[in-house]
Design a protein. Structure first.
Length: 415
């Protein structure tokens, strides 16, 4: 049984037992929740303790690797520029759609209140300060203090400056520093793997507390969350079709047929990397030369996760709305930038790992609590299918798009 499946089953079992106790013996349920709360909180603390070093290491290694890839050739440079623009647009789409979806289909107030009470340690981080103070505070006067206070935006700014500075030093120093942060990243991933190995225990304890305090309403709330986040991912996926048609000058029917094999593999494996051979073959069938797809496809799998910024930002906005955190337009814009940057850094990570490391900085930036992520990560298996399908759909679309600008354009549609 896979790790995400074990965690999901633990969530369902904890919610079911907690809800049963809440219905038939509320006092016993609250007593059991009192014992389970420290267990779940300890597991959540173990997960959170890895976030700061992992985010910093991922950003630094991601930026240096991207800079090296961009310097490798004009095609790679154009691809990276396109990916960055599209990732930011993905986050902007979530900034518009998620509040809209939550207005059309709001989380029931009773369920929201029960869940807030159940997650008693998830106090909101806000309020976000006025724009002037906010902009002044993103430049950290003390990076150690910023790390201790989980000031993720300040950490991201410092990490970006540090990463770009690494690209300007001697080869020996650049290699030394890059290898150091690669080692930090790999060590943190091992630690997270250990924490997630005992994840079923922690998630069961958290879910038991939620079920005992929120009752059966917790099931409906989690289903509502999945539908909202997956709907944002679905819209991002559908936008790949006009992008391929207009950018790559390919017929819609031809692109749909080309994308289907990759999407089928993505659904079955939930891995963009496993879909790479199928995507290269599909690109070749629509006339993209291997000289182009051989460069852009691996690059896209490594750094371009089109649904990542949108769905990560959607989660953060959902949690903020859930806990009554006000979201202004400037806050959403800054959140979109952070969502784009953290998505670039979360390359080739398992869904449960990238979920926590990519969403925590976004949630903290807009003033939302990060404690609920320990519960929501248990249902990430279902939205992750949409994430992977959207990613491979966009990988193929951008490869066709970039091929049009290359020396050998995509052949004319056969339709």
């Amino acid at each position: 049984m896979s790790q995400p499946t074990r965690i999901l089953l633990s969530l369902l079992a904890g919610l079911a037992i907690g809800a049963t106790l809440s219905a038939y013996s509320p006092q016993t349920g609250l007593a059991v929740a009192g014992w389970a709360q420290p267990v779940g909180q300890a597991w959540l603390n173990g997960l959170q303790m890895t976030i700061v070093p992992l985010v910093v290491a991922l950003l630094i290694t991601g930026v240096t690797a991207t800079a090296e890839a961009a310097a490798a050739g004009r095609l790679a440079g154009r691809a990276i520029a396109l990916y960055v623009v599209l990732l930011f647009c993905s986050a902007l789409v979530a900034a518009v759609l998620t509040p809209l979806f939550l207005q059309i289909a709001p989380l029931p107030q009773e369920s929201a209140a029960s869940l807030r009470a159940a997650l008693s340690g998830a106090e909101k981080i806000g309020p976000v300060p006025p724009l002037g103070e906010f902009l002044a505070a993103i430049i950290p006067a003390n990076i150690v203090k910023a790390a201790a206070e989980n000031a993720f935006l300040s950490l991201i700014i410092f990490s970006l400056v540090f990463a770009f500075a690494i690209t300007r030093v001697s080869t020996e120093s650049r290699t030394l520093l890059t290898n150091f942060f690669i080692a930090v990243r790999d060590v943190m991933l091992v630690v997270i793997d250990w924490v997630l190995w005992i994840g079923p225990i922690g998630v069961f304890a958290l879910a038991l507390v939620v079920g005992a305090k929120a009752g059966t309403g917790a099931f409906g709330a989690l289903l509502h969350y999945i539908l909202i986040v997956a709907s944002v991912g679905l819209v991002i996926t559908l936008l790949a079709y006009p992008a391929a048609v207009l950018g790559g000058r390919i017929g819609l029917g031809r692109y749909i047929r080309a994308a289907l094999p990759s999407q089928a593999v993505a659904i079955s494996t939930q891995s963009s990397l496993a879909t790479l051979p199928v995507m290269v073959e599909s690109a070749e069938e629509v006339g993209v030369p291997v000289a182009v797809s051989g460069v852009t496809m691996p690059l896209a799998v490594a750094i371009f996760r089109a649904t990542g910024p949108a769905m990560n930002f959607a989660v953060a906005i959902y949690v903020a709305t859930w806990f009554g955190v006000p979201l202004s337009v400037p806050t959403l814009l800054v959140g979109a930038v952070v969502a784009m940057l953290t998505s670039l850094g979360s390359v080739s990570l398992p869904g449960t790992v990238s979920y926590v490391s990519a969403i925590s900085p976004v949630a903290a930036t807009i003033g939302a609590p990060i404690t609920p992520l320990g519960l929501l990560v248990a249902v990430e298996t279902l939205p992750d299918i949409m994430r992977t399908v959207g990613n491979v759909t966009w990988d193929l679309a951008t490869t066709i798009w970039l091929s049009r600008k290359a020396e050998a354009p995509v052949s004319a549609p056969a339709e």
